[in-house]
Design a binder for this molecule. Sequence first.
Ligand code: HEC
Ligand code: HEC
Ligand code: HEC
Ligand code: HEC
Length: 172
Amino acid sequence: MALRAGGLVAAAAVVALAFWAAGVPTADNPHAYMDSESRCTGCHRMEKDGSDWILDPHIFRSSVVAVCQGCHPPQRMGRSHPVGSDPLRALSLKQMPDGLPLQWVEGDSDGVMTCGTCHNPHVPRLGRQKLFSQQPPFPGRPGEYLTYFLRRRSQDPREGFTPLCKSCHPKL
Ligand code: HEC
Ligand code: HEC
Ligand code: HEC
Ligand code: HEC
């Protein structure tokens, strides 16, 4: 099955995914099952184009929030962030910051914020760069830090999560 995605970034992500060992969750990759080609359509919508299948990475078959909460129920999570509203409307933003995708739900004209707006569940769990200055390394892995699958907006750990937050809350 050939996979094609719209957009260059998306295409690069698909290529990277294809090289990952697919399927079995490990400490490095607890989301490994999401890398199996047979699973893509469980979340993403795919459309046939001739003999190719095209995957639109930002169109989902069901609620992203519900998929994530299947394994990360709110009662087991620490402090989180509200999801389900449209930032353009709720915060009167003129446009969405680049690279923070919303989900469009059938029958609704507004996109809504999901877990996938801030987290890309496909990126590596561990990285060489701290997210914030005081971040301890992952147990047993000196020099490696949890990425929290975050769509980080700065490579400078001294800024912490602030650049991500500020992209929607400029006054923060
Ligand atoms: C458990 C659900 C799930 C499965 C299974 C899954 N994805 Fe995703 N994928 C997501 C979510 C959630 C996002 C982040 C939200 C978004 O990008 O709109 C995402 C984002 C992406 C992106 C865009 C990444 C970016 O930079 O924003 C690509 C490309 C992608 N997925 C490809 C795939 C492919 C190929 C497969 C199968 C090998 C797959 N996905 C399987 C949930 C899933
Ligand atoms: C099949 C179960 C499963 C699904 C579905 C799932 N996750 Fe996870 N996720 C895990 C596991 C296992 C871990 C490793 C830490 C733990 O055990 O909680 C993890 C870790 C994480 C972490 C970081 C915490 C860490 O310790 O690295 C984030 C953030 C996260 N997931 C976000 C998401 C998002 C967003 C989605 C929906 C797109 C999602 N997950 C869907 C199983 C899942
Ligand atoms: C506004 C951005 C944002 C949204 C939306 C968001 N998160 Fe997070 N999430 C973060 C940040 C930042 C962290 C790391 C800092 C922290 O733990 O407070 C994090 C941490 C996590 C963790 C690891 C820590 C823990 O509490 O277990 C998990 C798992 C997680 N998020 C899952 C989710 C799920 C599931 C959703 C959707 C219901 C979601 N997140 C929505 C920004 C976000
Ligand atoms: C993609 C845009 C976006 C990003 C990024 C974002 N927020 Fe938000 N935030 C929103 C929206 C939209 C609301 C309003 C939600 C509602 O009222 O349903 C909100 C509401 C809040 C609230 C009020 C919470 C409440 O319960 O009413 C706080 C506090 C907050 N955000 C903090 C943060 C922090 C801290 C970060 C960085 C980790 C962050 N936000 C990143 C869009 C964003």
